[in-house]
Design a protein around this ligand. Structure first.
Ligand SMILES: [Mg+2]
Length: 346
Protein backbone atom coordinates (compact mmCIF):
# COMPACT_ATOMS: atom_id res chain seq x y z
CA UNK A 1 0.00 0.00 0.00
CA UNK A 2 1.40 3.39 -0.94
CA UNK A 3 2.06 5.46 2.12
CA UNK A 4 2.80 8.66 0.25
CA UNK A 5 0.17 9.67 -2.22
CA UNK A 6 1.07 11.91 -5.12
CA UNK A 7 -1.97 13.89 -4.08
CA UNK A 8 -0.38 15.39 -1.05
CA UNK A 9 0.72 18.98 -1.40
CA UNK A 10 4.34 17.86 -1.38
CA UNK A 11 3.72 15.58 -4.30
CA UNK A 12 2.06 18.19 -6.45
CA UNK A 13 3.22 17.87 -9.99
CA UNK A 14 4.17 14.22 -9.78
CA UNK A 15 2.43 11.86 -12.14
CA UNK A 16 1.26 8.56 -10.85
CA UNK A 17 -1.81 6.42 -11.01
CA UNK A 18 -4.14 7.15 -8.14
CA UNK A 19 -3.67 4.63 -5.38
CA UNK A 20 -6.10 3.26 -2.85
CA UNK A 21 -5.02 6.09 -0.57
CA UNK A 22 -7.48 8.86 -0.09
CA UNK A 23 -6.78 11.94 -2.18
CA UNK A 24 -8.00 15.46 -2.66
CA UNK A 25 -9.09 16.68 -6.06
CA UNK A 26 -9.80 20.24 -7.11
CA UNK A 27 -12.86 20.65 -9.29
CA UNK A 28 -13.73 23.88 -11.06
CA UNK A 29 -17.37 24.64 -11.61
CA UNK A 30 -19.18 27.83 -12.44
CA UNK A 31 -16.25 30.09 -11.60
CA UNK A 32 -15.48 28.49 -8.23
CA UNK A 33 -13.18 25.75 -7.03
CA UNK A 34 -14.26 22.83 -4.85
CA UNK A 35 -12.22 20.11 -3.25
CA UNK A 36 -13.48 16.56 -3.03
CA UNK A 37 -11.98 13.57 -1.27
CA UNK A 38 -11.90 10.34 -3.24
CA UNK A 39 -9.55 7.41 -3.72
CA UNK A 40 -8.25 5.24 -6.53
CA UNK A 41 -10.70 2.43 -6.09
CA UNK A 42 -13.60 4.83 -6.32
CA UNK A 43 -15.40 4.89 -9.64
CA UNK A 44 -16.11 7.94 -11.78
CA UNK A 45 -19.72 7.57 -10.56
CA UNK A 46 -18.59 7.95 -6.95
CA UNK A 47 -16.45 10.96 -7.82
CA UNK A 48 -19.58 12.52 -9.31
CA UNK A 49 -21.52 11.86 -6.12
CA UNK A 50 -18.84 13.63 -4.09
CA UNK A 51 -18.96 16.54 -6.51
CA UNK A 52 -22.75 16.53 -6.13
CA UNK A 53 -22.32 16.86 -2.37
CA UNK A 54 -20.20 19.98 -2.88
CA UNK A 55 -22.15 21.59 -5.73
CA UNK A 56 -25.69 20.12 -5.71
CA UNK A 57 -25.32 19.23 -9.39
CA UNK A 58 -26.76 15.75 -9.74
CA UNK A 59 -24.27 13.13 -11.00
CA UNK A 60 -26.21 12.49 -14.17
CA UNK A 61 -26.06 16.20 -15.01
CA UNK A 62 -22.29 16.43 -14.68
CA UNK A 63 -19.83 16.42 -17.53
CA UNK A 64 -16.24 16.11 -16.33
CA UNK A 65 -13.28 17.43 -18.28
CA UNK A 66 -9.66 16.60 -17.63
CA UNK A 67 -6.60 17.03 -19.83
CA UNK A 68 -5.68 14.04 -22.00
CA UNK A 69 -8.38 11.65 -20.88
CA UNK A 70 -10.80 12.31 -23.73
CA UNK A 71 -14.34 11.17 -23.07
CA UNK A 72 -13.41 8.38 -20.65
CA UNK A 73 -14.73 10.32 -17.66
CA UNK A 74 -18.23 9.87 -19.04
CA UNK A 75 -18.08 6.17 -18.14
CA UNK A 76 -19.27 6.03 -14.53
CA UNK A 77 -18.06 2.48 -14.01
CA UNK A 78 -14.35 3.18 -14.58
CA UNK A 79 -12.07 3.32 -11.57
CA UNK A 80 -10.17 6.52 -10.88
CA UNK A 81 -6.97 4.49 -10.68
CA UNK A 82 -7.29 3.98 -14.43
CA UNK A 83 -6.70 7.67 -15.10
CA UNK A 84 -3.29 9.37 -15.19
CA UNK A 85 -4.48 12.06 -12.82
CA UNK A 86 -2.01 14.67 -11.58
CA UNK A 87 -2.37 16.65 -8.38
CA UNK A 88 -1.31 19.85 -10.09
CA UNK A 89 -4.14 19.72 -12.64
CA UNK A 90 -7.68 20.73 -11.98
CA UNK A 91 -10.79 19.00 -13.17
CA UNK A 92 -13.56 21.03 -14.75
CA UNK A 93 -17.21 20.16 -14.28
CA UNK A 94 -19.99 21.40 -16.52
CA UNK A 95 -23.51 21.00 -15.24
CA UNK A 96 -26.56 22.75 -13.91
CA UNK A 97 -28.34 22.41 -10.59
CA UNK A 98 -31.77 20.94 -11.09
CA UNK A 99 -34.70 23.03 -10.07
CA UNK A 100 -37.37 20.88 -11.62
CA UNK A 101 -36.63 17.59 -9.98
CA UNK A 102 -39.90 15.96 -10.99
CA UNK A 103 -38.98 16.31 -14.64
CA UNK A 104 -35.48 15.18 -13.86
CA UNK A 105 -36.80 12.03 -12.25
CA UNK A 106 -38.93 11.03 -15.19
CA UNK A 107 -36.19 11.29 -17.79
CA UNK A 108 -33.48 9.70 -15.70
CA UNK A 109 -31.95 6.51 -17.04
CA UNK A 110 -32.73 3.48 -14.98
CA UNK A 111 -31.77 -0.12 -14.67
CA UNK A 112 -34.93 -2.00 -13.87
CA UNK A 113 -33.58 -5.50 -14.02
CA UNK A 114 -32.51 -6.94 -10.75
CA UNK A 115 -29.98 -9.69 -10.57
CA UNK A 116 -28.94 -12.29 -8.09
CA UNK A 117 -25.27 -12.77 -7.41
CA UNK A 118 -23.80 -16.13 -6.61
CA UNK A 119 -23.04 -16.66 -2.96
CA UNK A 120 -19.27 -16.56 -3.40
CA UNK A 121 -19.57 -13.27 -5.25
CA UNK A 122 -21.59 -11.78 -2.41
CA UNK A 123 -18.94 -12.94 0.07
CA UNK A 124 -16.19 -11.50 -2.14
CA UNK A 125 -17.93 -8.14 -2.05
CA UNK A 126 -18.53 -8.19 1.70
CA UNK A 127 -14.97 -9.17 2.61
CA UNK A 128 -13.20 -7.12 -0.06
CA UNK A 129 -10.75 -4.77 1.66
CA UNK A 130 -11.36 -1.91 -0.74
CA UNK A 131 -15.09 -2.12 -0.07
CA UNK A 132 -14.53 -2.14 3.68
CA UNK A 133 -12.37 0.93 3.27
CA UNK A 134 -15.07 2.66 1.22
CA UNK A 135 -17.61 1.84 3.86
CA UNK A 136 -15.40 3.31 6.59
CA UNK A 137 -14.99 6.49 4.60
CA UNK A 138 -18.70 6.74 3.91
CA UNK A 139 -19.45 6.29 7.59
CA UNK A 140 -17.13 9.22 8.34
CA UNK A 141 -18.47 11.40 5.55
CA UNK A 142 -22.19 10.79 5.69
CA UNK A 143 -24.07 12.05 8.67
CA UNK A 144 -27.50 10.46 9.14
CA UNK A 145 -29.68 13.27 10.43
CA UNK A 146 -32.37 12.22 12.87
CA UNK A 147 -35.80 13.70 12.24
CA UNK A 148 -37.11 11.96 15.34
CA UNK A 149 -35.28 10.24 18.19
CA UNK A 150 -34.39 6.55 18.02
CA UNK A 151 -36.61 4.63 20.42
CA UNK A 152 -35.24 2.25 23.01
CA UNK A 153 -36.12 -1.39 22.38
CA UNK A 154 -37.48 -0.89 18.85
CA UNK A 155 -36.23 -2.71 15.80
CA UNK A 156 -35.31 -0.86 12.62
CA UNK A 157 -37.10 -1.01 9.27
CA UNK A 158 -35.28 0.58 6.30
CA UNK A 159 -37.42 1.24 3.24
CA UNK A 160 -36.57 1.98 -0.36
CA UNK A 161 -38.93 4.38 -2.20
CA UNK A 162 -39.03 3.80 -5.94
CA UNK A 163 -41.12 0.73 -6.82
CA UNK A 164 -41.23 -0.17 -3.11
CA UNK A 165 -43.53 2.55 -1.76
CA UNK A 166 -44.22 4.45 -4.93
CA UNK A 167 -44.46 3.89 -8.67
CA UNK A 168 -42.20 6.69 -9.86
CA UNK A 169 -42.53 5.81 -13.54
CA UNK A 170 -46.23 6.14 -14.17
CA UNK A 171 -47.75 9.51 -14.86
CA UNK A 172 -50.46 10.98 -12.70
CA UNK A 173 -51.99 14.32 -11.86
CA UNK A 174 -51.59 13.66 -8.17
CA UNK A 175 -48.66 11.67 -6.69
CA UNK A 176 -51.09 9.97 -4.31
CA UNK A 177 -52.38 7.99 -7.28
CA UNK A 178 -48.95 6.35 -7.50
CA UNK A 179 -48.57 5.50 -3.83
CA UNK A 180 -48.50 1.82 -2.99
CA UNK A 181 -51.84 0.82 -1.46
CA UNK A 182 -52.03 0.71 2.35
CA UNK A 183 -48.80 2.67 2.80
CA UNK A 184 -50.01 4.71 5.76
CA UNK A 185 -51.77 1.75 7.37
CA UNK A 186 -48.58 -0.28 6.99
CA UNK A 187 -46.36 2.41 8.50
CA UNK A 188 -48.80 3.02 11.33
CA UNK A 189 -48.99 -0.67 12.25
CA UNK A 190 -45.26 -1.45 12.09
CA UNK A 191 -44.33 1.74 13.95
CA UNK A 192 -45.46 -0.03 17.12
CA UNK A 193 -42.40 -2.30 16.86
CA UNK A 194 -40.01 -0.61 14.45
CA UNK A 195 -38.27 2.71 13.97
CA UNK A 196 -38.58 3.61 10.30
CA UNK A 197 -35.89 5.00 8.01
CA UNK A 198 -36.28 5.68 4.31
CA UNK A 199 -33.29 5.27 2.00
CA UNK A 200 -33.53 6.11 -1.65
CA UNK A 201 -30.93 6.01 -4.43
CA UNK A 202 -32.00 9.50 -5.47
CA UNK A 203 -31.20 12.93 -4.05
CA UNK A 204 -32.37 14.18 -0.65
CA UNK A 205 -34.43 16.87 -2.34
CA UNK A 206 -36.40 14.21 -4.16
CA UNK A 207 -36.77 12.02 -1.07
CA UNK A 208 -38.13 14.92 0.99
CA UNK A 209 -40.38 16.14 -1.77
CA UNK A 210 -41.83 12.74 -2.54
CA UNK A 211 -42.35 11.65 1.05
CA UNK A 212 -43.83 15.05 1.86
CA UNK A 213 -46.29 14.80 -1.03
CA UNK A 214 -47.40 11.38 0.13
CA UNK A 215 -47.98 12.67 3.65
CA UNK A 216 -45.36 10.40 5.20
CA UNK A 217 -43.35 13.11 6.96
CA UNK A 218 -46.12 14.64 9.03
CA UNK A 219 -48.43 11.74 9.69
CA UNK A 220 -49.92 11.85 13.20
CA UNK A 221 -49.83 8.06 13.54
CA UNK A 222 -46.13 7.36 13.02
CA UNK A 223 -42.83 9.18 12.84
CA UNK A 224 -39.96 8.73 10.40
CA UNK A 225 -36.65 8.43 12.23
CA UNK A 226 -34.38 9.46 9.33
CA UNK A 227 -34.07 9.87 5.56
CA UNK A 228 -31.01 8.73 3.60
CA UNK A 229 -30.14 9.40 -0.03
CA UNK A 230 -27.75 8.31 -2.77
CA UNK A 231 -24.76 9.93 -1.11
CA UNK A 232 -24.89 7.26 1.61
CA UNK A 233 -24.46 4.46 -0.93
CA UNK A 234 -21.21 2.84 -1.99
CA UNK A 235 -20.14 1.39 -5.31
CA UNK A 236 -18.97 -2.21 -5.42
CA UNK A 237 -17.98 -4.58 -8.16
CA UNK A 238 -18.63 -8.20 -9.02
CA UNK A 239 -17.00 -10.32 -11.71
CA UNK A 240 -20.23 -11.20 -13.44
CA UNK A 241 -22.24 -8.01 -12.98
CA UNK A 242 -19.63 -5.30 -13.05
CA UNK A 243 -19.94 -2.12 -11.04
CA UNK A 244 -23.12 -1.25 -9.14
CA UNK A 245 -24.27 0.78 -6.14
CA UNK A 246 -25.62 -0.62 -2.90
CA UNK A 247 -26.96 0.49 0.48
CA UNK A 248 -24.68 -0.72 3.28
CA UNK A 249 -26.66 -0.91 6.52
CA UNK A 250 -23.43 -0.77 8.51
CA UNK A 251 -23.48 2.96 7.83
CA UNK A 252 -26.56 3.23 10.04
CA UNK A 253 -25.34 0.74 12.63
CA UNK A 254 -22.06 2.64 13.03
CA UNK A 255 -23.87 5.88 13.78
CA UNK A 256 -26.45 4.48 16.21
CA UNK A 257 -24.76 1.43 17.75
CA UNK A 258 -26.79 1.62 20.95
CA UNK A 259 -30.03 1.22 19.01
CA UNK A 260 -29.49 -0.70 15.77
CA UNK A 261 -27.46 -3.68 14.61
CA UNK A 262 -27.51 -6.60 12.20
CA UNK A 263 -29.71 -8.39 14.73
CA UNK A 264 -32.63 -5.97 14.77
CA UNK A 265 -32.66 -4.45 11.28
CA UNK A 266 -34.65 -5.39 8.20
CA UNK A 267 -34.61 -3.60 4.89
CA UNK A 268 -37.15 -3.71 2.04
CA UNK A 269 -36.03 -3.06 -1.50
CA UNK A 270 -37.22 -4.14 -4.93
CA UNK A 271 -33.57 -4.57 -5.99
CA UNK A 272 -31.75 -7.40 -4.27
CA UNK A 273 -28.36 -5.97 -5.16
CA UNK A 274 -29.01 -2.99 -2.90
CA UNK A 275 -28.50 -5.16 0.15
CA UNK A 276 -25.55 -7.13 -1.15
CA UNK A 277 -23.45 -6.00 1.83
CA UNK A 278 -26.17 -7.27 4.22
CA UNK A 279 -27.93 -10.19 2.54
CA UNK A 280 -29.31 -11.49 5.85
CA UNK A 281 -31.09 -8.21 6.53
CA UNK A 282 -32.71 -7.69 3.16
CA UNK A 283 -36.18 -8.58 1.99
CA UNK A 284 -36.81 -8.24 -1.72
CA UNK A 285 -40.23 -6.76 -2.14
CA UNK A 286 -42.31 -7.32 -5.25
CA UNK A 287 -41.96 -4.08 -7.27
CA UNK A 288 -45.00 -1.86 -7.41
CA UNK A 289 -45.25 -0.79 -11.05
CA UNK A 290 -48.07 0.34 -13.33
CA UNK A 291 -49.92 1.84 -10.41
CA UNK A 292 -53.06 2.58 -12.37
CA UNK A 293 -53.76 -1.04 -13.17
CA UNK A 294 -52.30 -2.59 -9.99
CA UNK A 295 -53.40 -0.34 -7.19
CA UNK A 296 -56.68 -2.13 -6.66
CA UNK A 297 -55.07 -5.53 -6.28
CA UNK A 298 -51.66 -4.93 -4.66
CA UNK A 299 -51.68 -6.41 -1.14
CA UNK A 300 -47.96 -6.59 -0.47
CA UNK A 301 -47.91 -4.06 2.34
CA UNK A 302 -50.79 -5.80 4.11
CA UNK A 303 -48.97 -9.13 3.99
CA UNK A 304 -45.67 -7.56 4.97
CA UNK A 305 -47.28 -5.93 7.99
CA UNK A 306 -48.29 -9.40 9.12
CA UNK A 307 -44.71 -10.59 8.63
CA UNK A 308 -43.02 -7.69 10.39
CA UNK A 309 -45.27 -7.88 13.40
CA UNK A 310 -44.89 -11.67 13.45
CA UNK A 311 -41.09 -11.59 13.56
CA UNK A 312 -40.85 -8.63 15.93
CA UNK A 313 -40.74 -11.05 18.85
CA UNK A 314 -37.42 -12.54 17.67
CA UNK A 315 -34.29 -11.24 19.34
CA UNK A 316 -32.23 -11.82 16.21
CA UNK A 317 -33.85 -11.13 12.83
CA UNK A 318 -30.69 -12.03 10.91
CA UNK A 319 -31.15 -15.73 11.58
CA UNK A 320 -34.30 -15.67 9.45
CA UNK A 321 -34.30 -16.25 5.73
CA UNK A 322 -36.47 -13.39 4.49
CA UNK A 323 -36.80 -15.09 1.10
CA UNK A 324 -39.48 -17.23 2.71
CA UNK A 325 -41.36 -14.38 4.29
CA UNK A 326 -44.64 -15.27 2.63
CA UNK A 327 -44.64 -18.79 4.07
CA UNK A 328 -43.95 -17.44 7.53
CA UNK A 329 -46.74 -14.92 7.14
CA UNK A 330 -49.25 -17.59 6.19
CA UNK A 331 -48.16 -19.83 9.05
CA UNK A 332 -48.42 -16.99 11.50
CA UNK A 333 -51.82 -16.08 10.19
CA UNK A 334 -53.15 -19.61 10.66
CA UNK A 335 -51.66 -19.87 14.11
CA UNK A 336 -53.02 -16.58 15.34
CA UNK A 337 -56.36 -17.16 13.65
CA UNK A 338 -56.92 -13.56 12.80
CA UNK A 339 -55.97 -11.30 9.99
CA UNK A 340 -55.09 -7.67 9.92
CA UNK A 341 -57.88 -5.62 8.54
CA UNK A 342 -57.06 -2.36 6.89
CA UNK A 343 -59.67 0.01 5.69
CA UNK A 344 -59.76 0.07 1.91
CA UNK A 345 -60.25 3.80 1.86
CA UNK A 346 -56.85 5.33 1.16
MG1 LIG B 1 -36.52 0.74 -5.77
Amino acid sequence: MASESSWSAAGAGATSPVTEEELTLTVKWSGKEYTVRVCGDDTVGELKRRICEATNVLPKRQKLLYPKVGSKLSDDSLLLSQFPLKASLKMTMIGTVEDEIIVDQVDSPEIIDDFELRRYEVLDIIYNEANKQKLRRRIEQYNVKLRNPCREGKKLLVLDIDYTLFDHRSRAENPLELMRPYLHEFLTAVYAEYDIMIWSATSMKWVELKMGQLGVLNNPNYKITALLDHLAMITVQSDTRGVFDCKPLALIWAQFPEFYSAKNTIMFDDLRRNFVMNPQNGLKIKPFRNAHSNRDSDQELVKLTQYLLGIAAFDDLSILDHKHWELFSEYNLKRSGHNLKFSTSQ
